[in-house]
Design a protein around this ligand. Structure first.
Ligand code: GLC
Length: 463
């Protein structure tokens, strides 16, 4: 320093100050602020689209007995290694998947870039535990993104915060090598460094949000902060991770599993899992954007011997009922280890697509109906506020007549949605039907024969 001339000294001081500002800026920066209206606008495509595909794919598709197989069977890395050494989905053709999603009526798709097992479906610089080092040899994610984008489907990434392979990730109660006492955990976790793991997450999320173009959704999964052997916001450094996400992809939508529920801007939508909500979910008395994620059969990863598959009608009901309470459905497929979609999943996607082909108008852009319109028995309503139309979904087909309370004087025209055939209605009282004596009731006259549609829909064009 002593021999340095003043120019050098100034340069060093300037660099030093810059570095300080940069470091401080990074850790003290706020999450971007927005007004409730701006948030509604940012989320608009998503609240319009309503229906997405979830994809759980990884090494666990090989044992095909749950994506948690490593934990459920308490496998070690060595025992799990055979899947990595043999992973070779020779029939993987994401263009086919994208077509299936599109034909089912799905508008966005979210794939597991890394699940809890730690295996990466993308060519990350920060690990060797990735698809490019398996016999398959290629960047699975790159092919997937290209194929789905080409079909006009919005791209979303699931990324597991848990990691059962990374040597710095500390063993916790959800880990395959979970222990029964705190001292045992301490012993097992010697040498593991969560600081390094937090860096690893940030690096990988940065790769994902930098190398694959516009990413519409990031699904970070998940936090389990309760107890000493849990993990939450401090373990992931959630706030700083989220700042990176928002900075790299300002328009992106983020789920609610970073353990930042009480932080402003800490999440965009809530994610009731495998659960059909009874009403629009609220936080602090306010309705929030929500998406239920659901499986066809129970597990997320491909599970050969699972026999608890939902039927077509149940799946359509999930979709319709979600929209009727202002929410989205993210429906999961677990591709096989050869890269194909199981026939049972294909059948169901096709059936949903057949229904959507004629009835998607009651789904896209729709939401909960205003409260003055009451759903008749066995019916579910949705509403499009832009076109001012109500959709009546008949889960059970009525016997010739349907009374609608709250509709009198408000209806311009009614038709079956699937074939555009007029449905006549009147507001006169019927002798045998006391319902019609109420002031605000109209009666639709419907064919006795149920139309050849899984769940028939009546479209009501309001005045
Ligand atoms: C849970 C499970 C996981 C699955 C996810 C989907 O967090 O751990 O296997 O990916 O739910 O919502």
């Amino acid at each position: 320093m002593r021999n340095m001339d003043w120019k050098h000294r100034i340069t060093i001081a300037v660099i030093f100050t810059f570095a300080i500002v940069l470091i401080a800026g990074k850790s003290f920066a706020q999450l971007p602020k927005e007004t409730p209206e701006q948030k509604v606008q940012r989320m608009k495509w998503w609240t319009d689209d309503r229906f997405g595909m979830f994809i759980h794919w990884g090494l666990y598709s090989m044992p095909s007995r749950h994506e948690w197989v490593k934990k459920n069977e308490r496998m070690t890395n060595e025992e799990y290694q055979k899947y990595f050494e043999l992973f070779n989905p020779d029939m993987y053709n994401p263009k086919e998947w994208a077509k299936m999603a599109k034909e089912a009526g799905m508008k966005y798709a979210i794939i597991t870039t890394k699940h809890h097992e730690g295996f990466c479906l993308f060519d990350s610089k920060f690990t060797d535990y990735k698809c490019t080092n398996t016999p398959y040899g290629k960047d699975v994610l790159r092919e997937w993104v290209d194929a789905f984008r080409a079909e006009g489907i919005k791209i979303g990434f699931y990324y597991s915060l848990l990691d059962w392979h990374n040597p710095d990730y500390t063993i916790d109660r959800n880990h395959p090598q979970s222990q029964t006492s705190d001292t045992a955990y301490d012993r097992m976790n010697k040498g593991r460094d969560m600081n390094k793991y937090r860096e690893y997450i940030k690096n990988q999320v940065t790769e994902l949000l930098t190398n694959y173009g516009e990413i519409s959704v990031i699904w970070l999964d998940y936090s389990f902060p309760k107890g000493k052997q849990g993990k939450g916001r401090n373990d992931w450094d959630s706030e700083n991770l989220l700042k990176i996400v928002r900075k790299l992809q300002p328009g992106i939508l983020v789920n609610d599993r970073l353990d930042l529920l009480d932080v402003e801007g800490g999440w965009d939508f809530t994610t009731p899992e495998q659960y059909k909500v009874s009403k629009w979910p609220e936080v602090d008395g306010k309705r929030v954007p929500w998406e239920t994620c659901q499986t066809f059969s129970g597990s997320w990863g491909y599970y050969r011997d699972e026999n608890t598959w939902k039927d077509n009608k149940q799946l359509l009901e999930l979709l319709i009922e979600s929209v009727s309470k202002g929410g989205n459905l993210l429906l999961n497929v677990g591709p096989t280890s050869r890269g194909t979609i199981d026939y049972r999943a294909q059948d169901r996607l096709k059936a949903m697509g057949e229904w959507m082909k004629y009835n998607s108008r009651s789904i896209y852009g729709c939401t909960e109906a205003p409260p003055e319109f009451q759903p008749p028995d066995n019916c579910v309503l949705t509403y499009n506020p832009v076109t001012n139309r109500i959709y009546i979904h008949c889960l059970a087909w009525p016997m010739g007549v349907l009374h609608l309370k709250g509709f009198k004087g408000k209806v311009k025209y009614a038709q079956m949605l699937h074939d555009g055939s007029e449905v006549e209605f009147s507001d006169s009282e019927g002798y045998w039907n006391p319902e019609t004596k109420a002031e605000d009731v109209i009666s639709l006259s419907l064919p006795v024969l149920k139309p050849n549609v899984e769940i028939p829909v009546i479209e009501i064009i309001l005045n």
